[in-house]
Design a protein around this ligand. Structure first.
Ligand code: ADP
Ligand code: ZN
Length: 730
């Protein structure tokens, strides 16, 4: 039997968030501690956060072992969570301290809860009654024992705060200190949802039954944008809440909009906990604690919300499950979608993966029966998928500094005349991707990376999209010193915006690009304003494809449908297909019928044809067959190894040692490709060399890789990162 409580002085092993390769022994503090307790321990001269991970190893002189400083005021980590972190660490080959950091991303966890003043009904009677005073007292009488902040109470009873304060001095209103980390208001799953269509009701019923069963299962919920997937999974959330379990809805950060939160609030009668990068430190800590105590029933959040210490999680929804932002690309390299499935399987919880354009992985898992697949066929209500057509750019004869064809221009004009919105989509930030000297042909590159500098006219600078380095636009060529010969080549959204202003002089043109706004919040606010009619022509990058509803948008023009098809990435076709379908799905979401026009030089490319035909199953089957043939994911396994360091020779040396000594991999039939310079061979001054490991589907790759990379010692500034199931190949 494992100990679940350690008496004072007993040896405990504490896993800390510090980069050490084992848990350290400490003595349990006065009063003892529970297994899983969050504690503060001394480490050298510092105090660090840790979790009591088990009995101490006892391989160290007892007399020299130090004591746990204190047990933090937080529910101990549950066994299920430890299990999850361990399995996630084993899967992603991440050291446990880094996993624990992910699970404790709430600043001030160790602080005692801070206090604030709250106000409730008191026993005193005011000497003098005024109208304002009466309003406050009547209000409090109506609400019985509820308490409010000063601001709330004053606003709700329509008085100034000084009126409330006056009542406090008479004892008619009680002022008390209360912890700032308040529970979240309860959600009411039994408020009426929308009346569901037969299709929706069927899907909702099946998922709700699965949730009620208390067993693990994953459902792929597929349906075009606007088909009502959100309505359906909110019913699943209701089922989890009814069963007394918590629910988590994961969204790409940019899709976590005020509009969405409002919708959830209306459905359940209270605001859920929101976990995202814009949340304040206090709010993060509150959510972390309340989730752990079961006082936050529903969390809506970005990917890291998966690592909160849920007390009784019954459902995880991953909306837009194909979205690449679920893959964390630095630090711990994990895919939140896959980790959601792992966590649910350990918990006996259900997962709903919702998407209009699922990833091939999820599609294949549904095909093979690992996931249940539910399809919502029609769009809800009158809207239908937009008409999709290509514009064959070979016939358009555009001058080299223009990007909007005459055909597209006429289509936009027609929408503007009708008082509707049009969108021009280009997945390229900035003004121009290349800055070139017309005298010598030199292209301005980043000093730190092997990447071109992209002109951002809005910021009046050149920027590297790899490392974020910027420099002023040069007046003369850095290579040949010729003056006034620097030219912008190719389009970015800013430049497209300029063209649109010229082409549509009477229209209000808005450019939406992530780098043009200080924060995600500001960007979302801007998008909401535009959706409400704040612009006639919307120019945007990938982010406009996510989640936002533009009711008056009836035309989408894709400036360069070929853009994504040029990469060497194994998911290039899949991504293009998804992105084009999503972008097209923006058009005509409300009552008006929409059209999507795709400018392309390859109208006969199979991906373009599948997009036009709306033939999703056909596309997936063809793509699946190709990947199966090549033995690549999801029909084979892959891992990327990136070695990086300041000295390219040293980096290659280590990479070559790995490439020559592959016995550990050969034992499981895995092959190694490389080393080769990574597609981006230098980032922030560090040279990057890449090895690719490929193996059959059923292979236990992680163990073999761990053994294999264990052969090399990384000296100095050399780093090695393992990317299991790589999503992007840079
Ligand atoms: P999806 O998540 O598939 O994009 P939504 O669930 O957001 O689709 O539904 C699209 C729109 O249709 C939303 O405004 C939603 O409120 C509305 N809607 C969906 N289903 C219903 C329904 N059964 N009754 C009324 N409105 C609905
Ligand atoms: Zn750079």
């Amino acid at each position: 039997m494992t100990h679940s409580f350690f008496d004072e002085g007993a040896l405990v092993a504490v896993l800390t968030t510090q980069p050490l390769d084992r848990a350290l022994d400490y003595k349990a503090p006065e009063g003892g501690c529970h297994l899983g307790a969050f504690v503060e321990v001394p480490l050298g001269p510092r105090k660090v956060l840790g979790v009591v991970w088990g009995p101490g190893k006892g391989d160290y002189d007892y007399a020299k072992i130090r004591s746990v400083i204190r047990v933090l005021d937080a529910a101990p980590m549950r066994l299920e969570m430890r299990d999850f972190l361990q399995k996630a660490a084993a899967y992603t080959l991440t050291p446990m301290p880094a996993m624990l950091r992910l699970a404790t991303r709430a600043p001030g966890l160790g602080d005692p809860p801070s206090m604030r003043k709250i106000y409730r009904r008191g026993f005193g009677v005011p000497d003098r009654m005024t109208d304002a005073r009466r309003r406050v007292l009547d209000f409090l009488a109506d609400y019985g024992d509820l308490s409010f902040t000063l601001k709330e109470l004053a606003e709700l009873s329509g008085v100034t705060p000084s009126v409330v304060k006056g009542l406090v001095t008479k004892g008619a209103v009680a002022e008390e200190d209360s912890p700032r980390d308040l529970p979240f208001p309860p959600m009411d799953p039994n408020l009426p949802g929308k009346a569901l269509t037969a299709d929706q009701a069927d899907a909702a019923g099946k998922i709700a039954a699965a949730v009620a069963s208390g067993a693990y299962g994953t459902t792929l919920l597929r349906g075009v944008t606007g088909s009502g997937k959100t309505e359906v999974y909110l019913e699943a959330v209701a089922a989890a809440l009814r069963a007394g379990r918590q629910a988590l809805v994961l969204l790409p950060e940019i899709a976590l909009t005020a509009e969405f939160l409002k919708r959830v609030e209306i459905r359940f009668g209270a605001r859920p906990a929101e976990w995202h990068s814009g949340a304040t430190m206090t709010e993060r800590r509150r959510i972390w604690r309340m989730v752990g105590q079961g006082n936050a029933q529903l969390v809506i959040g970005a990917r890291s919300a998966l690592f909160l210490p849920y007390q009784n999680l019954g459902l995880i929804v991953v909306d837009e499950e194909h979205d690449t932002s679920y893959k964390q690309e630095d630090g711990v390299l994990y895919n939140a979608r896959d980790m959601a499935v792992l966590r649910a399987s350990l918990l006996g919880a259900q997962v709903v993966l919702a998407s209009a354009t699922p990833s091939l992985e999820s599609w294949a898992n549904a095909e093979s029966g690992k996931y249940t697949r539910l399809d919502l066929e029609a769009r809800f209500g009158p809207a239908v998928m937009p008409t999709m057509k290509t514009i064959d750019m070979r016939n358009e004869k555009l001058p080299s500094d223009r990007w909007v064809s005459d055909t597209l221009k006429r289509a936009v004009d027609a929408r503007l005349d009708a008082g509707e919105q049009a969108m021009l989509f280009l997945n390229r930030r900035g003004y121009a991707p290349i800055t070139l000297c017309r005298a010598c042909g030199h292209q301005v590159g980043c000093d730190q990376c092997d990447a071109r500098m992209v002109e951002h006219r809005f910021l009046k600078r050149l920027m590297c999209h790899q490392c974020g380095e910027t420099k002023p636009m040069p007046d003369k060529c850095p290579s040949c010193d010729a003056e006034g010969r620097m030219a912008a080549v190719g389009p970015g959204v800013e430049r497209l915006g300029e063209e649109a202003v010229k082409l549509f002089p009477d229209a209000r043109v808005a450019v939406l690009s992530s780098d043009m706004y200080g924060s995600a919040r500001a960007l979302k606010a801007e998008i909401e304003g535009i959706a409400a009619g704040g612009a006639d022509v919307i120019i945007g990058t990938q982010l406009v494809a996510k989640g936002h509803n533009f009711p008056n948008l009836t035309l989408v023009g894709v400036i360069d449908a070929d853009l994504g098809l040029q990469g060497s990435d194994l998911r290039a076709a899949e991504r293009t297909f998804q992105l084009m379908r999503q972008v097209a799905g923006r058009a005509g979401r409300a009552e008006k019928h929409g059209t999507a026009l795709l400018q392309t030089y390859q109208p006969d490319h199979p991906v373009i044809r599948a997009i036009l035909a709306g033939d999703e199953e056909g596309f997936w089957r063809a793509e699946a067959a190709e990947r199966e043939q090549a033995g690549v994911p999801p029909y084979g396994r892959m891992a990327g190894i990136i070695l990086s360091g300041p000295d390219v020779g040293q980096v290659f040396e280590v990479a070559n040692v790995l490439a020559r000594n592959t016995a550990a991999l050969a034992r499981v039939g895995a092959q190694v490709y490389g080393p080769a310079p990574a597609p981006i061979a230098r980032i922030r001054g560090r040279h990057r060399v890449r090895l690719l490991v490929k193996a059959g589907k059923g292979v236990a790759l992680q163990g073999a890789i761990a053994q294999w990379i264990g052969q090399v010692r990384l000296k100095g500034d050399l780093r090695l990162a393992v990317d299991i199931d790589p999503q992007s190949f840079y």
